[in-house]
Structures are given as structure tokens and as C-alpha cells.
Design a protein. Structure first.
Lengths: 860, 616
């Protein structure tokens, strides 16, 4: 007994550098360089805990604001965004009927003191108390500048010398040659050269020998005072391939450098003799990750947030039930005019609605926008590969673009020339470029057009170039990747994809596979608007590749053998929807038969009309565009918006996302969901055992859950978990943005992307039998965690009972919506002309821009 | 006619400013409409004026539309001057501001500070217009101060974060040094020529004053080099780029940063005769161009890179001006300002553009630094450039840090007894000076002592970490001794002392009440950190800002006018007193702005809302 106690005590005070680094990396932000923006749960480190426990704990440790304030919830109640019925039910659900009144009083009226004293930062505040030294202010600017210059991907004219050696080695080499030093004192320089130096040794100097109990806490305080840069370094250490210009850097090196700079600063201003922080510390060591005790306030907040979410969910679920056909409709056997498969992205929702309503014989499907084909892509003449599939997947295939042109043609923007920053050439350029610059500015204000300085989603592939989709034999390899797919590999992918979305018969003559991307100007976060299922890139190559595979005769023959027969006359066409400009372009149209060409020409006009309507729907949220003007004018304005330097909101991204519906399109066809629902097509009748369901659901947690929670947390705390307003952003080293010349990197989403967002967790509705869904999610622990820990809410729509079951405490329990009727809309376009635009982006105003769920009635 | 047009040029933005301020902040459209109407009217007026001026032969026009104060001894004339220099600068300023106004309508949409942005930019614009059209040094100083104040508001536009608040104070402080030098220059010019100098008559005045003009030119050069971010003051420019990209682009990328160049061009006739001065100006420009271009080369953040690239070119413009190539410098200004504005405006796009470019044409940089003399030099330059040649630390080390030990010595002044005793000493001395006949020699001694005491109080106010009200008291006592000094040094013009005192006293009382109210409401006011009270007390914050301007004797406030007039009574031989006065002027401004930014700006540390990281 005694021995164990001693050992565990010893263990407590033992400082394990490796363990600390490992843990730090777990908690630091994992957002990589901006060029590939992968949405993820901002609090991923806490995902093994229940949602509420996790957010309160994260808040207690790091000071994040993870919910609204009590006043804001009460205001939301006052404006009826949180409804009394739902609030009452939530209180009863959480607290039982017995104490209902008491809890209602607490929720509605009791005043609580809301103090937030994050654990991170406490220890290092001692520097100010003991020495009147503002350590962060004194050390961070130089630290950030060195790190940023080291990582820099190509802004500086002179790269960091010796950057291939690792940060500390590069600094040593540089200091060797230089007659000036980054350090003021010999003490710090000597420590830099001492290769046996470790983090613990430096901490002994700074915090004190024998004060190991404080070591880890000190480093946490330090690294979380600038979690942007630390997170970037940690991510780059783990994924060096995310940089084009390779840099060798580790979190350990960064911490060492920071500790050295701190020692240097202290020695420089206090002289050789100063006592370490620990010798005079006034507070006991803090266990960073101790559990946060429950409090009454937390219970109240849980009730409010639940009520906020369910006030919306309830109307959506009610809508699903209200619009269910009374009896299974006679199978719709009428021949389809054409079918289109879109990304499940909620921004495609409205376009799909319009396509279906303009031609009621057409049909749309939704699925993750990489179309089940995972590969790396190398554009002609490119020196690198683009990964085109969801983030966690590592493809084994490469598809190359083969262009007839000999030399790379990509337009240059003269205004970006670095020569203008040099001394002599800058002298010439500053004379020559001034007036043209003024001209360009006026031109972009008067008539914005696409230019090389603007991210063009369509430019990721040359529509006239060939793609090496077919694998030609054993030797056809590049850097360990197989070039193209074999027939069997193609057939596997096409089959699985089509079966998952339930598209196994009734093929129309034309089937469109439409990826999506987003063009925007002056937007470092443009990657966040592209396809999440394609690692934050436009999905046009995947769409084109998928269509090619599905058209390839040997694939068709194989599919036929496997019982999936696609008529000879059916042709697949790849395309892409630019969600900012509202434009669709199609690929390989020349391969169409004469008859299909004719049909295609007709469909294209239909697409154009649908895009007009889509633009009109989107315009209701844009101040600069009047929804009442002529529809073609709206469309044109929307297009201009995507190429305007002055427009910080080219589109609103995934803002407002709230639902994910896995089932047949008929479930939502009569509902107006205001572009808030991810729609993944799935037909339970073709998959009674749920074998496909597991493949369908697997990516949805990471992709949709990741998007949803990133928006959730960026909305709740745009300062610490989001990137703040875009307007002062300064691009750092091409990897991130900071507010100022001396500021920390800002990870997360900028204000302009989240202001329309109502922070509700994703509600996933699956049309299937509860026991099948339960079995499926249980079989995949990573997926199960999302639901079991309540990071995503799961509801099953029982196809036979026509009833809802909500997944609660790991069980499906029946759910009866309180909402009994919903408003009906007959003419969507007319409705948008009268909806209000938000007055301010405060949640009380912003949430009112989001329209309630409507039932779409017959058009008069 | 020209007079009316020039008056219009001044009045239109002032009316626009008033209109914007009076409009409720949610009325984005109205605010934009008023601002754009004002600036377009300004543009039209400018073109009409330009046309008339050109058709009249393009000869310089001088006009005075009245005076703020006139006496046989001293006149503060509202004089304006329009020549080709004004034409180029005003044309550029108005066109750029028009474009930025249109750009910002969409860019700033729904930003919580939409209204604040428009009226601050208008305020800035008024400052620039005053400088550009100034017909004498007094009006120029007026514009100069407007720029200083609106800079604080623009840099600290995102006032709920730490870095904008700190950098606003940083830039204001260095601007204040420039202002103090300008004040010395004005006083000196006044004494050289024994009158307030009109810019129309500069060339005619030169003869006979060559030796003094070199010194005057030197004062002007220091003012200009600080305002144009020349070495060793270049560090402030990137740190001023804290506000929205649009305002950073026109002011710090283009217009404001070229005002030093404007000052040199405007005063060209005064210093052109001094070869040594011309060599000095060229040297400043040359050294800046070399050093700052080396800093530019290593910058890995886009806005900072563009800022330093702009400064490099301004360095070259200094050389051009020194060489007498005025037209070339003007062309260079127009072109550089346009280019840098555009580069800054499209700087966020650089991620997409350069990464795309790299995707197709990346090659690893081939050269590695070798252990040769050249290699060692390159390594040295690299390290120095990353550290911005220590400019930032050096200025704070040599200019501001020395005040700290001095302040610490006088820490006892924070105590109430010390302040009461000081006021008693003041009253006794003032009473004695007023009632008794004092010899000139002792007057000089007493007034100088009073000036020193007032400076001590200002220094203590600048360094105190105690409550804002303590600091406010210290500044008041500083003012009292400052008044005593001015009263004695200017041979007792009591009338002006009363005006000065009344202005300061009003500001003191209202300011004290504001701070007291804040304390009652539970806000922190200790000056050891930034408290961000404006988050919860917006109106009070705005009121207190105006009070601060009054308290620091901001131009157009009665105290300023009184100070300025009293100053003109100080004879030229008492250079020492002028230096003391300017030091006091510098310190009182910086102390008050420090107090303001620390109390009202920065993260507001209550926990019912999100708080920004200190590092952001």
C-alpha cells in the first residue's frame, strides 16, 4: 500500500517530455495550411467524452466560450426562437416532472455568476506578478516571425537559410555565419548550441530545479497562449506532405526555441542572476485535465442548448412525418427524363429542388461528392499531386491530365510580381505599375470579371485534356501509385456507389454526375468553400472520372454480370456546379450519341433555368443584390459577386447546416429546408440487412459532422475557436492568416462565414429499421462515438411504422414531434422576395433570417 | 471664386463627417450615401477648381478665409494654398478615397464598426486635405493632428483585441514625436521671419536667413521622416495595418505615409539652399531604401512585405526630392501609392494565386549560404532583417524606456498628499508671481523650473500603473505648472492663461466624472493593463475621447489656441524653454492617449461574452 503511494507520487512529479509532447499535439488545433481546408470537429481532442462534458471541460481548461450566454438564450426564448413547449419538454426530460417548476424558474429567471478562469495561462501570469515582465509580448513577435519565415511557402524573396535541416539546426547554422544574433545574451546562445539540451533542462532554468510538478503546466500555458502557430507546427510535423515547399519542423523545436527566447529575454533585462519562476510561485500546480465538477449553471445551459436545438429539430421531424405519403405510393414507374447525382452538400439542395420542379420527370440523387472514386490527380505540367477524396482516405491511384500543349499555360497577375518589392526593380515597377493598378481597381469596382488573381474553381482541370483513367499495365506506376484503375477496380467503385444511393434500375438516357467547387476573390479561406469530400478541392475531376468509368463498356459488362444492368442508351455526363457563381459546366459532351446530344442540349437549358432560380434563392441573404429584380439580372449579379475583390461573402459556405437526411429523395421532396440539409440518397428497400448502410454512414460523421461542429464552435466563440472578422486578415507564409504583423495564426472559420449559422448540432435522420441502424453503427466504433457521445443527434424514421425513434443514451426511443402543423408555401421565389435580411449579425437578428421549415404546396 | 472652392473643399467633408456621425449605426445605406455624396462632391469641386486653376495659367493661389485668432502680435490665419503640389496630392487623395468608399460599402457590410469606419476615414480625409491645402504652418499642424487622432481610431478599429490597442498607442506616440518637432519648426520659423509664414511667400523669404534655415530644415526633416516611416522609424508602418484592409491600403499603404514627402516638397524653397541638408535628406532616403529593402526581402507576411516595399520607394523619393527632381518624385508618389493600395487590396488573394503558381513551377531555391565573407554578410543581413534591424526595440529602448526610471523616482507623486502639496506650491508661486514684481532673470528661472515640474508630472502620468484617476490628477498638476511656465515665460498674458485654464479645467472635471462612473460600475481602470471598457460603455467611451482631446490641448480646442499664442511670446533666445514646452506637449499627449487606450481599448475581461486572445 505504502509503496504504491510513493510510486504514484513520484510518477506525478516526474516530467516526461515525450508524454507531454504527445498530449499537447492531441489538444492543439489540427488545421493545416489553408490551401487544403479540411473541416473537422474543433474540439476533436474531447470527442471521446459526451458532448456537454467535453465542451464544459474544454471551456474550463482553455477558456473557450462553447455556448451562448444565459442572456442570449433567454433572449432567443423571448423572440420565440426557443419555443415554450420545447423548453418545457426539455426541462421535464432532463429533470423530471417533480422538480419541473423549480428548474423552470432557474432556467428562466435565476441569476448566475458566470466566471471563467481558464486553467491555461495561470502559471505564466506569475512572470508579471514576480518580475513585472510581459513575457508573451516580449517574446512572441520574434518567435512568430522566425517560425513564419521558416515555414513560409513563398511570400518572402529570400527563403530561410538551411530550412532543410530542422528549425534548431538551421538556427545554429545561421547563427554560426551571422555577425548578428537573434539572441541578446550569450547564455541563451550557448544553450542553443548545446545539443544535449532538452526541454526539461530549459524548464529547470526557467521554472526551477525540483519544480517538475509545474513543468507540464508551464508548457501548456505557453503553447496555448498562441495555439495558432503551435497547432500549425504540430500539424506540419505530422503531415509534412501538406506543404508543397517541404519544411522540416517539429513542435519540440518550437518549444525549445520559445524557451530559449524566454531565457534570453529574462537574462537580457534582469542580468545573469534571476530566480526561476518556481522559486517564488504563489499557487499550487494545477492538474490541467482534471474533470470539471458539475454545476447548476451547466445544467441550465444544457437545457437551453437542447431546447434551442430541438425547437428547430422538432419542426423538421414533424415536416418529415407530415409529408409522408399516407400509403406507399404506387411505384413511380414513369420513365425518367434525366437523372443527376449531386454532392450531398446542403448547398446543392436548392438546385436539386429546382431541377425536379422544372421537369417533374427528372430525378436527383445525393452522395459524397468524390463519387466513390479516390485518387491523386496531377494536372498537366504540374509538379505536385492533388488528393481528391475525403481527408482520412489515402488513395493508391493516380490520374494524370494529358494535355496537348507543351508548356504550362497559366496566366500571371503582374500586380503580384515580387520584383515590385525589390530595391532597383521595385523602383521601375513602382513607376510602371501604378496607373495600371488604378485602372484595375476601377475596372473591378465597375465590372468585376474573372482574372488570374481570383481562385477559379473550373481551372483545376483542362476540359479538353485527356485523363489517364484506365490502368494500362503493371509498369504504369508513378511514385508508388498505380496510374489509373483496372476495369475490375472501376466496376467495384461504380457498383458500390450506385447501389449505395439506390440507383439500380430505371436509368434515364442521361445521368449527370455533378461535382462542386467555389470561385472567389480575396478569400484565403476559399478551400473551405470547395468540396469537403474532395479534401477541400473542387470535385470536377471526380465527376468526370466517375462518368467515364460508368460509360466504359467493359465496366458495364462486368456490372451486368453482377446484376446491375445499365441500358446501352444510357450515358453518364460529368460536370461541376460553381456554388459561388452559380454556373454549371459539363465535360466530355462530344462523347454523347446524337440522340443524347439533343436531349443534353435541352437539359442544359433546364439547368440554366434552375440555376437562375437557385441564384434568386441565394440572393435573399445578400444585401448587395435585390431579390425583386429581374431573375437574369440576379444571376449576373451573383456571378459578379464571385469575382469581386470587395466582396467578403462570395457565398455563405456551409453556414446554417443543421440536418443530414439519409434516405429516399421522396422524404424531403415536399419540404422547404432552406438549404440546411445534407441529403444522402439511400434506399432501405434495396438494403434490408444494412450491409450498404455502413458504407453510406461511414464518411458522414467525418464529413458532415466535421463541417457542422467547425461551424458550431466558430460561431460560439469566433475569437478563440474561429478566425474573427476577415477584414484585417494578413496572409502569413501562405499557410494561414493572422490579424496583425505580430499576431498569432487564426485557425477556424472567419466571422463572414458563420454569421448566418445557428449553432445546432447535426441532426441525422436515417430511413431504416432502428435495429438495423443500431447494428450498423455499433459495428463501426469511430462512427458510433459521434452518436453515442451526442456530437451528432441521430433519429431513425421507421419505414413501416412511419414513426420516429431518437437515439438517446445508446438506445432508440420513440419520438413524437410537438409541432402539429407547418406553414405552407406555394411559390418559393415569391416568398424570397419578401423575406427579411438580418439587421446585424448578432444571433438574435441573424437567426431570424433563417426561415422556418415549410411544406411546399402545389404551385398556383 | 477660388476662395469659395477651397472653402468648399474643406467644408464638404466636414459636413459629411457630421452627417455620418448623426446617422444611426444600423442605417448602412444612409451612412454610405452621405459619405459617398460628400466625397463625390469633393471630387467635382476639385475638378472645377483644377480646371479654373489650369485655365488661369496654373500659377499658385493663396487665400485666407479668415482667422481663428488675430491680434497685432499673433494671427492664426486659416490660410490655404493651391499649387501643382496640392493639385497632385489632393487629386490622388480624393480619387483614392472615393474608390475606397465604394469598395468598402460591400467590404464593410455588417461589420460592427461600419459607421465608425466611414466617419473615421472622413476625419482622416479632412486631416489630409488640411495638410495638402494648408497655406501656413498652423493649418498644416491642424491637419497633422487630425491624422494622428484618426490614426488611433483606425488602427484600434478592432478595439476589443490587445494588439490593435497597443499598436494604436505605439503609432500615436511616434507620431507625437513628429508633431513636437513640427511645433518647434513652426515656432522657429515664426521667429526667423518674425511672422506667421505663408507658403506662397517662402522663396522670397529665404535671403539672409541661410544659416538658420538649415536648422529649420532639420526640424522639418525629422518630422517628415517619422511621418513617412523612414529609418529608424520604419517599424510603425506595418504595425499600423491593424484595421480593415481597405483603410490600411489607402492610408498606410498610400496616402498618410507619403505625407512626410509632402512636407519636404512643400517646404522645398526653405531648405533647398542648404547643401548639407540636401545631402542629409538624400542620406536618410538612401539608408532607408537599402535597409528597408533588405527587410522587405525576408518578410513572410504579405501586408508587412508591401508596407516595407512602399517605404523603400519613399526612401528613393526622398533622394529624388533632395536631388531637386520634384516632378519625378511626384510621379513616383502617384504611381507608388496606386500600386501599393491595389497590392494591399488584393493581398488576401495571394494564397490562391501563389499556391497555384507554385503547383506548376516550384523549384527548390538552389543557393545555400556558404561560409565566405559574402555568405557571412548575407547571413548577417538575414538575421538583422528578420529583427527589423532592431528599430522597434531601439526606439522604445532609447525614447520611451528611459522615462520609466524617472517615473519610478517620482512614484510618490501618485499619493494624494504629494498632489495637494504640489497644488499648494503652484498656488503660492503663481500668487507670488502675480502680486510681486519679479526680475526678468528670476522669472526665467521660475518659469523654467515650472516647466520642468510639469514635465515631471507628465512623465509620472506616463509611467504610473495606478488607477486612471490618479493619472488624470497628475496630468492636471502638470498642466497647472505648464500654465505657470507659459504665463511667466510669455510675460503674463493672463487673458490667454484663463482660456487655457478654463479648457483644461472643464476637461479635467468631466473626465474625472467619467472615470469615477466607470469605477462605480465595477470597471477596472488601473493602468497596468488594457481593460476594454468601451465594450460595455460605448457612449461614455466616445465622450471621454473628446474630453481627452480637450485635455491634451488638441488643435482647435481653446487651450491649444491659448497655448499657441502664449508660445509666440517666448523670445527666440529662450530655445531651452521651447524645448521644454515641446517635450511637455509630447508627453501630455502620449500620457493621455495611453490612459485612454488602456482604459477603453483591449479585451474586456468579463466572462459573459467571447474574449480575444492576447496574441491575436
Amino acid at each position: 500500500m505504502n509503496t504504491t503511494a510513493t510510486i504514484s507520487q513520484k510518477h506525478d512529479h516526474h516530467f516526461d517530455e515525450q508524454h507531454l509532447l504527445h498530449e499537447l499535439k492531441h489538444y492543439l488545433p489540427t488545421q493545416g495550411p489553408l490551401k487544403d481546408f479540411l473541416h473537422h470537429n474543433t474540439l476533436h481532442a474531447f470527442q471521446d467524452m459526451k458532448f456537454y462534458d467535453a465542451i464544459f471541460k474544454a471551456s474550463a481548461i482553455f477558456g473557450y466560450q462553447t455556448t451562448f450566454s444565459l442572456t442570449e438564450y433567454r433572449d432567443l426564448y423571448r423572440i420565440n426562437r426557443i419555443t415554450p413547449e420545447i423548453l418545457a419538454r426539455t426541462i421535464k426530460d432532463r429533470k423530471g416532472s417533480k422538480d419541473f417548476e423549480e428548474w423552470q424558474l432557474r432556467v428562466l429567471h435565476k441569476m448566475y455568476s458566470w466566471t471563467l478562469e481558464p486553467r491555461a495561462g495561470k502559471l505564466r501570469s506569475e512572470w508579471k506578478r514576480q518580475y513585472h515582465i510581459d513575457m508573451d509580448n516580449a517574446v512572441q513577435p520574434l518567435l512568430f516571425r522566425i517560425i513564419c519565415s521558416y515555414i513560409d511557402q513563398g511570400i518572402a524573396l529570400s527563403p530561410f537559410p538551411f530550412e532543410d535541416k530542422g528549425l534548431l539546426n538551421a538556427l545554429r547554422s545561421l547563427e554560426d555565419l551571422s555577425m548578428a544574433s537573434f539572441f541578446k545574451t550569450k547564455k541563451a546562445r550557448d544553450l542553443l548550441y548545446d545539443k544535449s539540451c532538452t526541454i526539461s533542462k530549459l524548464l529547470e532554468i526557467l521554472v526551477g530545479k525540483g519544480k517538475e510538478a509545474y513543468f507540464a503546466q508551464y508548457v501548456y500555458d505557453q503553447q496555448f497562449s498562441h495555439q495558432g502557430w503551435s497547432g500549425m507546427v504540430s500539424t506540419l510535423e505530422d503531415k509534412p506532405e501538406s506543404l508543397l515547399y517541404p519544411k522540416k519542423i517539429s513542435l519540440k523545436d518550437m518549444i525549445m526555441l520559445e524557451l530559449l527566447l524566454e531565457i534570453d529575454m529574462l537574462t537580457g533585462s534582469l542580468g545573469e542572476e534571476w530566480k526561476p519562476l518556481g522559486s517564488n510561485v504563489s499557487q499550487p500546480p494545477v492538474d490541467m485535465f482534471a474533470d470539471e465538477p458539475d454545476s447548476e449553471l451547466q445544467e441550465v445551459i444544457k437545457i437551453w442548448q437542447d431546447a434551442f436545438e430541438w425547437s428547430y429539430y422538432d419542426t423538421a421531424l414533424s415536416g418529415l412525418l407530415l409529408t409522408l405519403p399516407a400509403r406507399p405510393a404506387a411505384e413511380d414507374t414513369a420513365t425518367k427524363s434525366f437523372q443527376s447525382i449531386f454532392c450531398l452538400d446542403e448547398r446543392e439542395y436548392s438546385l436539386r429542388t429546382y431541377l425536379e420542379s422544372l421537369d417533374n420527370r427528372s430525378e436527383t440523387f445525393g452522395a459524397p461528392g468524390f463519387f466513390g472514386v479516390e485518387f491523386y490527380f496531377r494536372p498537366a505540367h504540374a509538379k505536385f499531386y492533388d488528393k481528391l477524396c475525403p481527408g482520412p482516405v489515402t488513395p493508391k491511384y493516380l490520374i494524370k491530365e494529358v494535355s496537348g500543349d507543351d508548356s504550362p499555360v497559366h496566366a500571371k497577375e503582374i500586380m503580384y510580381t515580387k520584383h515590385s518589392h525589390k530595391l532597383v526593380r521595385g523602383f521601375l515597377f513602382s513607376y510602371l505599375l501604378g496607373i495600371p493598378a488604378l485602372g484595375k481597381l476601377v475596372a473591378n469596382l465597375v465590372n468585376p470579371t474573372m482574372s488570374p488573381a481570383i481562385a477559379d474553381a473550373f481551372s483545376h482541370m483542362d476540359p479538353n485534356a485527356d485523363l489517364t483513367i484506365l490502368h494500362t499495365g503493371e509498369q504504369d506506376k508513378e511514385k508508388g501509385l498505380q496510374v489509373g484503375f483496372t476495369t475490375a477496380e472501376m466496376a467495384d467503385r461504380v457498383e458500390k456507389f450506385l447501389r449505395c444511393i439506390g440507383m439500380t434500375r430505371d436509368f434515364a438516357p442521361l445521368v449527370y454526375a455533378i461535382g462542386h467547387g467555389s470561385s472567389s476573390a480575396n478569400n484565403p479561406h476559399h478551400g473551405a468553400h470547395d468540396c469537403g469530400a474532395c479534401s477541400g478541392r473542387p470535385g470536377l475531376v471526380n465527376a468526370r472520372v466517375f462518368a467515364w468509368m460508368a460509360n466504359y463498356q467493359p465496366v458495364r459488362e462486368l456490372l451486368k454480370k453482377r446484376g446491375l444492368s445499365i441500358p446501352l442508351a444510357t450515358q453518364f455526363v460529368g460536370g461541376m456546379h460553381d456554388t459561388a457563381a452559380d454556373e454549371v459546366r459539363f465535360y466530355d459532351e462530344k462523347a454523347l450519341t446524337e440522340e443524347n446530344s439533343w436531349l443534353h442540349a435541352k437539359n442544359k437549358r433546364l439547368f440554366e433555368d434552375a440555376l437562375d432560380l437557385d441564384a434568386k434563392e441565394r440572393s435573399r441573404r445578400f444585401m448587395s443584390i435585390s431579390t425583386k429584380q429581374h431573375i437574369k439580372k440576379i444571376r449576373n449579379d451573383i456571378k459578379k459577386r464571385s469575382v469581386s475583390y470587395y466582396e467578403p461573402r462570395p457565398e455563405l459556405g456551409h453556414g446554417t447546416n443543421a440536418l443530414c437526411i439519409v434516405g429516399k429523395r421522396s422524404l424531403t421532396k415536399r419540404l422547404f429546408l432552406d438549404r440546411r440539409a445534407f441529403l444522402n440518397s439511400y434506399d432501405y428497400t434495396t438494403d434490408p440487412e444494412g450491409t450498404l448502410l455502413s458504407d453510406v454512414l461511414a464518411p458522414l460523421g467525418v464529413v458532415c459532422g466535421g463541417i457542422n461542429l467547425e461551424y458550431f464552435f466558430s460561431r460560439m466563440d469566433n475569437y478563440k475557436l474561429g478566425a474573427g472578422t476577415k477584414l484585417p486578415h494578413n496572409v502569413m507564409g501562405l499557410v494561414g492568416v493572422a490579424n496583425s504583423s505580430d499576431g498569432d495564426l487564426r485557425s477556424g472559420l472567419p466571422l463572414q462565414m458563420i454569421e448566418v449559422h445557428d449553432p445546432v448540432r447535426l441532426l441525422m435522420v436515417v430511413e431504416h429499421y432502428p435495429e438495423v441502424v443500431k447494428k450498423t453503427i455499433r459495428a463501426n466504433p469511430a462512427l458510433y462515438e459521434w452518436f453515442a457521445n451526442e456530437w451528432i443527434q441521430l433519429v431513425v424514421l421507421h419505414p413501416k411504422e412511419k414513426a420516429l425513434y431518437v437515439f438517446k443514451e445508446r438506445k432508440f426511443v420513440p419520438y413524437a414531434p410537438l409541432t402539429k402543423e407547418l406553414p405552407v408555401v406555394h411559390d418559393l421565389s415569391r416568398m424570397f422576395e419578401t423575406t427579411l435580411k438580418m439587421k446585424t449579425n448578432h444571433i438574435l437578428d441573424a437567426t431570424q433570417e433563417n426561415l422556418p421549415i415549410h411544406i411546399i404546396g402545389p404551385h398556383h | 471664386m477660388v476662395t469659395q472652392l477651397l472653402t468648399t473643399l474643406i467644408l464638404v467633408p466636414v459636413i459629411g463627417l457630421a452627417g455620418c456621425i448623426l446617422t444611426p449605426k444600423k442605417w448602412e445605406r444612409t451612412i454610405f450615401f452621405i459619405a459617398i455624396a460628400a466625397i463625390l462632391l469633393e471630387l467635382v469641386t476639385f475638378f472645377v477648381l483644377g480646371y479654373q486653376w489650369l485655365s488661369a495659367g496654373a500659377s499658385p493661389v493663396f487665400t485666407s478665409i479668415g482667422s481663428l485668432y488675430a491680434s497685432p502680435h499673433y494671427t492664426f490665419a486659416l490660410a490655404f494654398y493651391f499649387d501643382r503640389l496640392s493639385a497632385v496630392f489632393l487629386g490622388m487623395t480624393t480619387i483614392m478615397t472615393t474608390l475606397i468608399f465604394i469598395f468598402s460599402r460591400f467590404y464593410m457590410h455588417r461589420e460592427p464598426g461600419f459607421k465608425r469606419f466611414y466617419y473615421t476615414v472622413l476625419l482622416f480625409f479632412i486631416g489630409l486635405t488640411l495638410i495638402i491645402l494648408a497655406g501656413n504652418f498652423e493649418v498644416l499642424l491642424l491637419g497633422w493632428e487630425f491624422i494622428g487622432i484618426s490614426s488611433v481610431l483606425l488602427i484600434a478599429f478592432y478595439r476589443d483585441r490587445f494588439l490593435p490597442a497597443r499598436n494604436a498607442l505605439k503609432v500615436f506616440s511616434v507620431y507625437r514625436i513628429a508633431d513636437a518637432f513640427l511645433l518647434v519648426a513652426i515656432w522657429y520659423a515664426h521667429h526667423i521671419f518674425e511672422k506667421s509664414v505663408n507658403f506662397s511667400e517662402l522663396s522670397g523669404l529665404v535671403a539672409g536667413h541661410e544659416s538658420q534655415l538649415a536648422l529649420l530644415g532639420l526640424f522639418l526633416l525629422v518630422t517628415a521622416l517619422i511621418k513617412s516611416a523612414q529609418f529608424p522609424f520604419s517599424y510603425w508602418l506595418p504595425r499600423a495595418m491593424e484595421g480593415p484592409t481597405t483603410s490600411s491600403a489607402i492610408f498606410y499603404g498610400a496616402l498618410s505615409v507619403h505625407m512626410g514627402l509632402f512636407l519636404l516638397l512643400r517646404t522645398y524653397p526653405l531648405w533647398q539652399g542648404s547643401v548639407w541638408l540636401r545631402i542629409t535628406i538624400a542620406a536618410v532616403g538612401f539608408v532607408t531604401a537599402i535597409i528597408v529593402s533588405s527587410i522587405t526581402r525576408v518578410q513572410s507576411s504579405i501586408k508587412v512585405q508591401i508596407a516595407y516595399a512602399s517605404v523603400t520607394q519613399i526612401g528613393i523619393m526622398f533622394v529624388e526630392v533632395a536631388a531637386g527632381l520634384q516632378w519625378l518624385a511626384l510621379l513616383h508618389f502617384v504611381s507608388n501609392a496606386s500600386l501599393r493600395t491595389y497590392q494591399l487590396l488584393i493581398s488576401p488573394s495571394v494564397v490562391g494565386y501563389l499556391v497555384h503558381d507554385q503547383f506548376f513551377s516550384f523549384v527548390l531555391p538552389p543557393e545555400k549560404i556558404k561560409n565566405t565573407l559574402l555568405g557571412r554578410l548575407r547571413a548577417t543581413f538575414y538575421v538583422l532583417s528578420i529583427k527589423e534591424w532592431n528599430m522597434n526595440t531601439a526606439v522604445s529602448h532609447y525614447v520611451w524606456r528611459p522615462l520609466k526610471p524617472v517615473g519610478r523616482v517620482f512614484a510618490f507623486l501618485d499619493g494624494f498628499p504629494a498632489q495637494v502639496v504640489s497644488v499648494a506650491v503652484f498656488l503660492a508661486t503663481a500668487g507670488a508671481a502675480a502680486s510681486m514684481a519679479v526680475s526678468t532673470g528670476s522669472k526665467l528661472a521660475i518659469s523654467s523650473a515650472a516647466a520642468v515640474i510639469s514635465i515631471v508630472f507628465y512623465i509620472r502620468a506616463y509611467t504610473t500603473k495606478n488607477s486612471a484617476r490618479t493619472c488624470w490628477n497628475l496630468i492636471l498638476v502638470g498642466h497647472l505648472f505648464g500654465a505657470l511656465f507659459l504665463g511667466l515665460a510669455s510675460a503674463g498674458n493672463w487673458k490667454y492663461l484663463v482660456i487655457y485654464g478654463a479648457g483644461v479645467a472643464t476637461a479635467f472635471i468631466v473626465g474625472h466624472a467619467c472615470l469615477w462612473y466607470l469605477e462605480i460600475k465595477g470597471e477596472q481602470t488601473a493602468l497596468q493593463d488594457y481593460h476594454g471598457s468601451i465594450y460595455a460603455f460605448k457612449k461614455l467611451g466616445h465622450l471621454f475621447f473628446i474630453v481627452c482631446l480637450l485635455f491634451m490641448a488638441f488643435p482647435v480646442s481653446p487651450s491649444f489656441l491659448a497655448q499657441d499664442i502664449l508660445l509666440s511670446f517666448i523670445p527666440v533666445s529662450h530655445v531651452f524653454q521651447i524645448v521644454l514646452f515641446c517635450l511637455g506637449y509630447l508627453l501630455v499627449g502620449v500620457s493621455i492617449m495611453r490612459l485612454y487606450t488602456k482604459v477603453f481599448f483591449g479585451p474586456h475581461k468579463t466572462s459573459y461574452h467571447e474574449i480575444a486572445y492576447r496574441s491575436s
